[in-house]
Design a binder for this molecule. Structure first.
Ligand code: CTP
Ligand code: MG
Length: 182
């Protein structure tokens, strides 16, 4: 049986998105105190990353991203048995790949904060699209390097993410785990 490429890519995109989302969302719960930039300023006199990027957050994010990857590894044989009926196989997932997707997400997040500080935005300021896409772009680049990912998957990740991110942030705000609804 044949399956449409866009449907395959939409479903497969979640394979990369879940570890990336875990890496992006769990740092909020880490209650980190040690800034990655050690409180230092850049040459423009503003913080390099700011107090919103901590070692605890980075560590917890990578750990949880890898954990979601491990969960996917456990599900992979069953899912691939099903996918094989359509002549498909999920992108390779192992602990190294999951670790790299999570690290990519957090690297993208750091790059986003770096850009925000350079634009004079305070920690926590709303940067539409940049805030939603920074970790996805980072995860995509690392996923591209370490597992198989198609242009269609990249497209879905970039398009569906801002909408879902927005909804998740509002949910986090209402649950009281985030101070602002973005
Ligand atoms: N966080 C962390 N370490 C990271 C990433 C996030 O400790 N590497 C925590 C911080 O408490 C942060 C919260 O998760 O405030 C939400 O993350 P994010 O929205 O990315 O940071 P902001 O506080 O909005 O800072 P920025 O303006 O730099 O994006
Ligand atoms: Mg923020």
């Amino acid at each position: 049986m044949e399956i449409a490429w866009w449907w395959r890519d939409f479903v497969f995109a979640w394979w990369i998105l879940f570890p990336a989302y875990a890496a992006n969302m769990f740092p909020t719960l880490a209650r980190g105190r040690r800034p990655i930039d050690f409180g230092r300023n850049f040459s423009d006199g503003r913080r390099i990353f700011g107090d919103g990027k901590t070692w605890e957050g980075l560590g917890f994010g990578v750990l949880m991203g890898a954990l979601i990857g491990a969960l996917e590894m456990a599900l992979a044989p069953g899912l691939n048995e099903y996918a094989a009926q359509y002549g498909l196989a999920l992108p390779e997932m192992n602990l190294f790949v999951a670790f790299m997707i999570a690290l990519g997400a957090l690297t993208g997040d750091l790059a986003g904060s770096f850009l925000k500080r350079r634009m004079g935005m305070e920690r926590g300021a709303d940067a539409p699209l940049l805030d939603q896409l920074n970790f996805i772009v980072g995860a995509t680049v690392f996923a591209y390097l370490f597992t198989s990912i198609t242009p269609g998957m990249i497209l879905f990740m970039l398009v569906v993410t801002p909408a879902i991110h927005r909804a998740a942030c509002i949910a986090g705000y209402k649950l009281g785990v985030k101070k602002v609804p973005w």
